[in-house]
Design a protein around this ligand. Structure first.
Ligand code: ADP
Ligand code: MG
Length: 326
């Protein structure tokens, strides 16, 4: 590597050794060689995905580095959750403006706390100087033929969503001056933005219950749209059924609240479809996991998503900045 690209003060190799080298638990060869070696359990497929976080685009420059370490891994784990895969390995590519020890301590603490929780080995990466940019590749295992995919939705399926939607987007909108949350509500919404919870246990359980799934990273309607597109179906969503926090409840019938709930993004909940006769099993799963699972609509023929209000009338989303949804 060109030495001018190396980080000053703390050498690139010291930095990797100090912050990103941990004894692997289930990997043949991890950090330290030209490539890592890993073996997938017999009868499983390797599920692999990557997500990049760019300063100024995906996170604010002043965000706490421990939260950022958590979120960089969490958004990737969320993709595996949506596949019904068990997380196993991560690769971390970092561009950093400088070797700020305090920043690195926080970042690695946040990253490894979540990695430990889900049994993920960090098996390698790349470290270079540049505008702050964090790219994680995640890999996991899923029984062959058992993966939850976007293309499995069937007409008549119930549409479900986990947790509550909109808080993270409300925190971003507040920061941009587009809406005004009172301090306590802002603090709660910020936690949802900065510390998302990947729904791994839910994804693993859904692989035998659901027909299709996606994680809600770009907003419910956009992400449900991907399921519809891949499955060749349409969807009817009851707006009144879409779950949100008490903080958003007060604004759910205003444009900003509606935007945050239906199209905000950064929720990292799972949206999935399942046959109606699975309803009881899904409700008891919600109790077991202590996680709200809410039926919000139905998969229908066609290729459009229709959102209806409490009176059964279609919501006119086009007038409210939802133009890019079908
Ligand atoms: P190479 O020159 O072969 O690309 P590097 O010098 O970039 O290797 O990295 C040395 C070792 O450290 C490799 O095993 C690589 O996977 C690992 N590594 C580099 N950066 C990170 C990081 N941020 N987190 C974890 N492992 C890393
Ligand atoms: Mg390298």
């Amino acid at each position: 590597m060109d030495s001018s690209a190396r980080l000053p003060a703390l050498s690139e190799f010291d930095l990797i050794a100090r912050f990103f080298t941990r004894a692997p638990r289930h990997t043949t060869l991890a950090v330290g060689d030209d490539a890592a070696l890993l073996s997938v359990s017999p009868g499983n497929d390797l599920a692999a995905s990557t997500d990049m976080l760019v300063e100024g685009v995906h996170f604010f420059a002043d965000v706490d580095s421990q939260a950022l370490g958590h979120k960089a891994l969490a958004v990737n784990l969320s993709d595996l959750a949506a596949m019904g895969a068990r997380p196993r390995w991560a690769i971390l590519a970092l561009a950093l403006p400088d070797a700020d020890v305090q920043w690195l301590e926080g970042f690695s603490r946040g990253f490894f706390a979540l990695a430990d929780k889900h049994g993920v080995d960090l098996i390698g990466g790349d470290t270079t100087r540049g505008p702050r940019n964090i790219c994680v590749q995640i890999m996991g295992e899923v029984g062959r033929g058992k993966a939850l995919r976007r293309d499995g939705a069937k007409i008549g399926d119930d549409i479900w969503v986990s947790g509550q939607l909109g808080d993270a987007a409300a925190a971003v909108a507040h920061r941009r001056g587009e809406l005004n949350l009172e301090q306590a509500a802002l603090d709660r919404c910020r936690i949802r933005l900065d510390w998302p919870t990947p729904r791994i246990a839910l994804g693993l359980e859904l692989s035998t219950l659901a027909h299709s799934a996606i994680d809600v990273s770009d907003g419910l309607l956009g992400d449900l749209g991907h399921i519809c597109e891949r499955s060749g179906v349409g969807a009817k969503v009851e707006y009144a059924a879409v779950p949100c926090s008490a903080d958003l409840q007060a604004m759910r019938d205003q444009v900003h609240g509606r935007c945050a709930i239906l199209a905000g993004g950064d929720d990292y909940e799972l949206c999935f479809t399942a046959a109606p006769e699975r309803g009881d099993a899904i409700e008891s799963l919600a109790a077991t996991l202590d996680l709200a699972l809410t039926r919000i609509g139905r998969i229908v023929e066609g290729n459009a998503i229709v959102v209806i209000d409490a009176a059964g009338q279609p919501l006119l989303l086009k007038d409210q900045g939802f133009d890019h949804f079908r």
